[in-house]
Design a protein around this ligand. Structure first.
Ligand code: ATP
Length: 350
């Protein structure tokens, strides 16, 4: 039985914006699921609709096998953390975290245990006696997260749960969240515009655009085989090279080079977009040749930008100690099996 089942779900705002558009989605029990997409794609609206904070215009929502399409927010059995943390200002951090247990009339000991377990993992142990006004934004965010976890609801909904944390804390909170989610088997849906976060945390990702799902798959699926050029462009810390060209004799001709096409059945003259991740391009004797125009240090690797014939820019990563000099010529080829070919017209992966 799916934990969350959405069928033909649409949410239309009074101003006519169709923020969620006829969406079908099934999320498994215990799954860690990411809704990923650029600003305005409808991910927050979808989360709020699942929570019951927005009213769906059509379609159904079922949670744990029960239809909750018309059920009130409080009765859906979901815990939420939204971007405005909505902490109780007069309560301490410990009281805020334990609040759901207090409402349930759990014992004082259980309340204390919940506060100390979740607060330790989220780096809040020193702050338990403070009030929200005495906390930074990132700390407030973690208290809200701890409180939602303490709720032990069947479904946890998180809207950009780590957005206010600095880079290091973010990594720590990410690891904690993933571990805790596994341990408790919480079905969790989280919204993020940060593709790296989605790739790192999620069991599966739905990449959204214009209220619809463009691709649904594991992090590996969406990273290795983006279904269209929109997803290809969106996923990856360094943007994928998307090079327009033509198919010929089992090759694709892009950036002044002829690359062996993975799809030999392409009709000659088909307009294509070759997708190659910078990480999957390496210096080679034959391939795409250009002049090194920019070298950016990424830490362990460096991102090299080549200026190729026709003013086409191609990026590739090289080990930091193999950085080429700006102005020199360089040739690079995709690693075996790493060239993706998209139909230039439909933008779909061929
Ligand atoms: P972000 O990452 O910026 O939060 P999002 O992907 O979460 O974006 P939504 O906030 O769900 O996107 O918005 C989806 C669309 O609905 C946008 O076009 C937005 O302008 C519109 N929208 C959001 N809230 C409302 C509202 N209350 N009334 C009318 N339109 C809205």
């Amino acid at each position: 039985m799916a934990a969350i089942e959405l069928t033909g779900l649409s949410t239309v705002y009074p101003n006519g914006v169709r923020a969620v558009d006829d969406l079908d989605l099934s999320i498994d029990d215990g799954e860690f699921f990411a809704l990923l997409g650029p600003s305005g794609c409808g991910k927050t609206t979808l989360l709020r609709t699942i929570a019951g904070l927005e009213r769906s215009s059509s379609g159904t929502i079922s949670l744990g096998g029960g239809d909750v399409t018309r059920t009130d927010v409080g009765k859906r059995g979901v815990a939420m953390v939204f971007q405005d943390y909505a902490l109780f200002p007069h309560m301490t951090v410990a009281q805020n975290i334990a609040y759901p247990l207090r409402v349930r009339r759990a014992s004082k000991q259980a309340q204390q245990d919940a506060a100390s377990t979740t607060s330790a993992g989220l780096g809040l142990a020193e702050l338990l006696e403070r009030r929200p006004a005495q906390l930074s934004g990132g700390q407030q965010q973690r208290v809200a997260l701890a409180r939602a976890i303490a709720m032990e609801a069947q479904v946890l909904l998180l809207d950009e749960p780590l957005s206010n944390l600095d880079a290091r804390l973010r990594l720590e909170a990410r690891t904690f969240l993933k571990r805790l989610q596994r341990e408790l088997g919480l079905t969790t849906v989280f919204v993020t515009h940060d593709q790296a976060e989605a790739l790192a945390l999620a069991d599966r990702i739905a990449v959204m655009a214009d209220g619809r799902i463009r691709q649904l798959g594991t992090p590996k699926d969406v990273f290795q085989r983006p279904a269209d050029t929109f997803v290809a462009n969106f996923i990856g810390s360094t943007p994928m090279n998307l090079l327009t060209g033509t198919a010929h004799d089992g090759f694709v001709e892009v950036a002044g080079a002829r690359l062996a096409s993975p799809d030999l059945s392409l009709a000659d003259g088909t307009k294509v977009v070759a997708g190659i991740r910078p990480e999957y391009l390496a210096p080679a004797a034959e391939g795409i040749t250009g002049t090194v125009s920019i070298v950016e240090n990424l830490g362990v690797t460096s991102l090299v930008t080549l200026e190729c014939p026709g003013d086409v820019l191609v990026g590739l990563t090289v080990p930091e100690h193999e950085e080429p000099r700006v102005g020199t010529a360089m040739t690079a080829a995709p690693a075996p099996g790493r060239l993706l070919v998209y139909d230039a017209e439909t933008t779909r992966l061929l």
